[in-house]
Design a protein around this ligand. Structure first.
Ligand SMILES: C[S@@+](CC[C@H](N)C(=O)[O-])C[C@H]1O[C@@H](n2cnc3c(N)ncnc32)[C@H](O)[C@@H]1O
Length: 254
């Protein structure tokens, strides 16, 4: 795959993140759960189950959480604290409001059931995770480029570094700060879009970089050990705006 040269394309600062329509994004991407969403949850739970010694409660950050509780559902059983590190003010407000509401949307009931099933028995997981999430979650407004180094035990990132810029150098910088935000030996897990031409939220265009597993592995090998990136759920058509499958990365922070 031909990579873009470093500074080519529109950068992160050129998009109107504070006009990001959170509810429109939620409805478009998660309004009707798709088997690929369930697959993302299963591979993420599989990585988290293996992260660090079983029984260790982890301090976890999710980067670019957006209007999406799936990252929390995947990490909640392993976490003593969860930080959502999200840039758009609209998404920060949406996440905080969502965590105040104990009446789970049907979509959250579905995705939480998938996460619970992926963990399997013995975890004592509640029917409704929202009250526990409220206790453990901190929603912070911040940019991936400003993540503090070596601050968490594990980090997750779902469709963020490649979906915030068209520039290869910014993508690599975002991956670097993501990987370095975790203490040495900690777990990294991230999902990336493949073969996307960008995405549209409420008629506003947002960027996506085209990536291959090889590119992702090359970028992460600078910052992590045991790097593994693989194509999952690839189909020949676009399922939703900008989405036709994903690459899942795991690694150990160095
Ligand atoms: C494609 S959305 C992914 C949202 C969610 N993680 C998901 O899986 O559906 C990209 C997210 O990255 C956020 N974002 C944009 N620029 C960012 C930055 N500089 N730092 C952190 N997040 C950013 C957006 O606000 C948005 O929530």
């Amino acid at each position: 795959m031909v990579e873009k040269s470093s500074g080519e394309g529109h950068g992160n600062a050129e998009y109107q993140w504070n006009a990001f329509d959170s509810e429109a994004y939620f409805q478009h991407y998660y309004g009707e759960p798709h088997p690929d969403d369930d697959l993302v949850i299963r591979v993420a739970v599989d990585a988290l189950r293996r992260a660090s010694a079983a029984g260790n409660a982890l301090d976890v950050v999710d980067v670019g959480t957006g209007p999406n509780l799936i990252p929390f559902f995947c990490t909640l059983p392993r976490a003593r604290r969860l930080t959502a590190w999200e840039y758009a003010a609209t998404n920060v407000a949406w996440l905080r409001a969502e965590l105040e509401n104990d009446d789970m949307r049907p979509q959250w009931r579905h995705f939480w059931r998938v996460a619970r099933e992926a963990y399997g028995p013995g975890w004592g997981l509640p029917e409704n995770p929202i009250p526990l999430l409220r206790e453990k979650c901190v929603v912070t407004q911040g940019s991936v480029f400003d993540l503090p180094a070596r601050s968490w035990d594990a980090a997750t990132m779902f469709f963020c570094a490649e979906s915030i810029t068209e520039r290869q150098d910014e993508f690599e910088a975002a991956c670097a700060t993501f990987a370095r935000s975790v203490r040495p030996g900690g777990m990294l897990a991230a999902a990336f879009l493949v073969r996307s031409e960008g995405y549209v939220v409420a008629d506003r265009p947002f960027p996506v970089l085209k990536l291959s597993p090889e590119t992702i592995e090359r970028v992460f090998r600078h910052h992590a050990d045991a790097v593994d990136a693989r194509l999952i759920g690839i189909v020949d058509r676009e399922i939703r705006s900008g989405y036709s499958g994903f690459i899942f990365l795991t690694g150990t922070a160095r």
